[in-house]
Design a binder for this molecule. Structure first.
Ligand code: UT7
Length: 336
């Protein structure tokens, strides 16, 4: 069996900064509520005409990751793209990336695991590298949330949270024994699928049906629905469990964690996990204050920034952990 390491990281966020005050001009909300309940101060939104889509942002992040990895784009054996907001219903964004990066035909697949998407995508890539089937894999998490949110007061409990952006990592076969991904841990619990979901349009809930069912337009299934408090409670439980699972599998203690990069769902969730594990401030990385929740992009954006700021260094034990719609959750334990 081979071992996988992360050879390069990149991120891209749209230039357009949307503050809490900006949102309060569109809906009944305010900076105090958003800051207190979520920690978010601002997020980025694609602006019509700026050329950004889920796929193009993914490509921008990928180009940086590829350059930093020192690996030629032509040596990429597989593209794994995680998103809940693809450019098209089908095909997935992975094939768009293959085209935009001008990579000769290569396999490309999309992962549909929402906030856990990047952790799932890393796990998928890791299996291919471990077994020796592929050597270099481009993993991308990218989201265009702003194009599909309800920015009226009706949608405020969801729309203030989410932001747009992309992160990418080039995974490759590790030359050094002991450096790279130790293990990945994945879970799902589909009985809660609709607690955080976007129900339509879908093949069993098509547009005319939606319009017929909602003549007043009150219950609109084409905006995301989130049972916030229920998701919150499950998130803090599952984050803790899946971090512990990863540590146990590798014979590690909490004290061995150099950096925890949690999916940026809500600053209060990260703080709860930090307190539960008694981690110091410099052992947990958060940037939700600046980007909001970017779902599949949040971990690669945070990991990229942590690395750029020198907070993830060679030899560090890094833990990635995520929870989200599905419900799905997972963790990655690695040595940088
Ligand atoms: O990333 C995937 C996983 N997602 C998560 O982990 C998110 C988990 N959930 C959460 O982060 C929180 O539940 C939210 C941030 C979504 C909501 O915070 P909350 O403390 O659970 O608030 P709430 O939904 O219980 O709403 C409390 C009050 C309500 O008013 P009343 O009924 O008490 O009068 C809401 O109508 O806050 C109101 N409210 C708002 N007020 C101002 C909801 N959204 C807003 C808003 N601005 N944006």
């Amino acid at each position: 069996m081979y071992q996988t390491k992360i050879a390069g990281l990149g991120k891209y966020v749209p230039e357009n900064v949307v503050t809490n005050d900006d949102l309060s001009k569109k809906m009944d909300t305010n900076d105090e509520w958003i800051t207190e309940r979520t920690g978010i101060k601002e997020r980025r939104h694609i602006k019509k005409g700026d050329g950004n889509t889920t796929a193009t942002m993914g490509v921008k992040a990928a180009k940086i990751a590829i350059e930093r990895s020192g690996i030629s784009k032509d040596d990429i054996d597989l593209i794994v793209f995680a998103t809940l907001s693809p450019d098209y219903y089908f095909p997935g964004c992975g094939v768009q990336v293959q085209e935009m990066l001008e990579i000769d035909t290569c396999p490309a697949l999309d992962v549909r695991n929402q906030c856990s998407g990047f952790v799932y995508a890393i796990s998928v890539a890791d299996q291919f590298i471990k077994t020796g089937m592929y050597e270099n894999i481009l993993v991308i998490g990218s989201e265009n949330h702003s194009g599909g949110l309800d920015f009226t007061t009706r949608g405020r409990s969801v729309s203030v949270i989410f932001g747009d952006g992309a992160g990418a990592a080039v995974l490759t076969r590790s030359d050094h024994n002991g450096q790279g991904i130790f293990s990945t841990h994945l879970h799902s619990e589909g009985k809660h699928a609709l607690e955080l979901s976007l129900k339509g349009p879908s093949t069993n809930h098509w547009v005319p049906e939606i319009i017929a069912e909602n003549p007043q337009g009150d219950d609109i299934p084409y905006y995301p629905y989130m049972n916030g408090q229920f998701v919150f409670k499950n998130a803090i439980q599952r984050f803790s469990e899946v971090i512990n699972e990863g540590l146990k599998e590798n014979g590690l203690e909490v004290a061995d964690i150099d950096m925890l990069i949690p999916h940026q769902a809500n600053l209060r969730i990260s703080q709860f996990v930090q307190q539960k594990f008694k981690l110091k401030d410099d052992q947990v990385y958060n940037n939700i204050q600046r980007y909001g929740n970017t779902t599949a992009a949040s971990i690669p954006i945070a990991l990229t920034e942590a690395w750029e700021e020198g907070k993830v260094k060679e030899g560090d034990v890094v833990v990635l952990a995520a929870f989200g719609s599905g419900f799905t959750w997972g963790s990655v334990i690695l040595k940088w």
